[in-house]
Write a protein that binds this ligand. Structure first.
Ligand code: NAD
Length: 509
């Protein structure tokens, strides 16, 4: 049992922020109120940054970039190594703040900070591995190679549901790649951003000599995000959030020939085949669909179950849904915490009503009376659907799992891919042919395709992101770092002749 805290979540947040080094004067007097979804209580009233302040932050970041790009990459990695150390020291506090501000369970809050530590470790190694290729040239006495250079200012726009990890994925890579960062966190979770800024400042102080303005935070809503998006000195906009947001941000950055990494909505599915280990599938689906109260971009939202195993699995899942604990994540061991706000609750109820109207049988989904009228706790909903239609085709950012029967494997693959989003997917099977087909060119069309694990809970070592309406961006591991650098192809002639490529002749006297 965790000991109940003596302070309410708002006071607890303030004491954690003070401990992490955030100036209390920043927390009051502004018009941007911030709340904890745990009780609905207001924590702070921040001052939004003006467009002029955003422009000034970008100017400072640009000046910092011009210095930072000349610092050797392994030395840049040293700053990220120190940041990882500071994060280790701050893990309990920052994890708790994530739980207060985003409503995550303590283990999920701490897990998010662990991801930050992991990406720092990854980026430190990467700082000595920003390799380019040497390429065979068709001309004698020539050498052709690829070099990778720092890109510029990276504008990070993040969503409420991973309030700190997504920024760290971007920032740890950007810093070792020689870029500077300006971060616009979600208006629903700006306090964790101020905490991260303070933690990074400790690493910067220990590092000594990092340029001023290398990494900064700007506070505000979509308008502040747009000020970053529209600024031509922001070379890369890495934006995480809804597909709706990406539809605005993507074309705007493209119109000024800027670069984007778009990490947008998901409508992730699992397929349970006749040979599946049903105990394993049950646990994976339960965590994937109900964990974080269905507020992960990789949350499982659709489940296709083969007719042969439907009656062995789905009633067990319905029982798991009925018995899962929902409650205050700070004071209980509950597996499911609150929705972020009233709008999320309303969107969930609207989706359930639409599913019912389309012939669905709804289990759960009702509001749970926990922590009073300002907090929005719900029982997760499992909806048995006759077919994939209506709300099943869209992401509703709440714990709703639509379950459908299938009989034909090729048809279920088609149905799996017949939605706009393309983030994460999984298949539960012990059949090699089904598994390999799912992972093949005609299988899942998502950026993440898993076998015998759920859709959520990615590790930082792989490239993270999705296709289609998920935006096509990749962050975190593998070679995602290339998105934060510019590539140059260099040809060097060390011969005494000037042969032209493709055998072209152009002789002048
Ligand atoms: P949201 O789209 O409402 O907001 C995300 C961020 O974008 C916020 O910081 C917001 O202020 C900013 N924003 C909104 N409109 C903007 C505009 N026109 N210009 C610039 N900035 C703008 O999303 P949310 O409710 O905070 O988060 C939930 C959504 O995020 C879900 O759709 C979820 O799937 C998605 N998400 C995706 C990933 C991923 O990696 N693919 C990760 C986490 C969340």
């Amino acid at each position: 049992m965790t000991t109940p805290p003596t302070l309410g979540p708002a006071d607890l947040a303030r004491s954690v922020l003070a401990r992490l080094g955030v100036d209390a004067a920043r927390l009051d007097g502004g018009s941007m109120a911030t709340f904890t979804p745990v009780t609905g209580a207001q924590i702070a009233a921040l001052t939004s940054d003006t467009p002029e302040a955003v422009a000034a932050a970008v100017e400072r970041a640009h000046a910092a970039f011009r210095i930072w790009r000349d610092v050797p990459a392994p030395r840049r990695g040293e700053l990220v190594r120190l940041f990882g150390e500071e994060l280790r020291a701050a893990k309990a506090d920052l994890g708790r703040l994530v739980s207060i501000e985003a409503g995550k369970s303590p283990s999920e809050g701490a897990g998010e900070v662990q991801e930050m530590i992991d990406i720092c470790d990854f980026a430190v190694g990467l700082s000595r591995q920003l390799y380019g290729l040497t390429i065979a040239t068709e001309r004698p006495g020539h050498r052709m190679m690829e070099t990778w250079h720092p890109l510029g200012v990276v504008g990070v726009i993040s969503a409420f549901n991973f309030p700190v990890a997504v920024w760290s994925w971007n920032t740890a890579l950007a810093l070792v790649c020689g870029d500077s960062v300006v971060w616009k966190p979600s208006e629903k979770t700006p306090l964790t951003a101020l905490a991260c800024e303070a933690i990074l400042a400790k690493a910067v102080a220990r590092f000594g000599g990092a340029p001023e303005g290398l990494s900064s935070v700007v506070i505000g809503g979509a308008d502040v995000g747009e000020a970053l998006v529209d600024n031509p000195k922001v070379a890369l906009v890495s934006a995480t959030g809804s597909t709706r947001m990406g539809r605005v941000v993507g074309p705007k950055v493209a119109a000024r020939f800027g670069r984007t990494i778009l990490e947008l909505g998901g409508n992730n599915a699992g397929i349970v085949c006749p040979s599946a280990d049903l105990d394993m599938a049950l646990r994976a689906v339960a965590f994937g669909a109900m964990g974080t109260a269905g507020q992960r971009c990789t949350t499982m939202r659709r489940l296709f179950v083969h007719d042969d195993v439907y009656d062995a699995l789905v009633p067990r899942l319905v029982r798991a849904y009925a018995s899962v604990t929902v409650g205050n994540p700070l004071e209980s061991q509950a597996l499911v915490g609150p929705l972020i706000d009233a709008r999320a609750f309303e969107a969930m109820q609207a989706a359930l009503a639409a599913a019912k109207a389309a012939g669905g049988t709804v289990h759960g989904g009702e509001r749970a009376d926990i922590e009073g009228p300002g907090a929005y706790y719900v029982r997760p909903a499992l909806v048995e659907m006759p077919e994939q239609t209506g709300p099943v085709l869209e992401e509703t950012f709440a714990p709703i799992l639509y379950v459908m029967r299938y009989t034909d494997f090729d048809a279920v693959l088609e149905a799996h891919n017949a939605v706009g989003a393309g983030l994460s997917s999984s298949i539960f099977t012990l059949d090699l042919r089904e598994m390999e087909t799912f992972l093949s060119a005609r299988g899942s069309d998502c950026g993440i395709a898993n076998v015998n694990i759920g859709t959520s809970g990615a590790e930082i070592g792989g490239a993270f992101g999705g296709e289609k309406e998920t935006g096509g961006g990749r962050e975190s591991g593998s070679d995602a770092w290339k998105g934060y650098m510019r590539r140059a192809t260099n040809t060097v002639n060390y011969s005494r002749n000037l042969p032209l490529a493709q055998g072209v002749v152009f002789d002048i006297d």
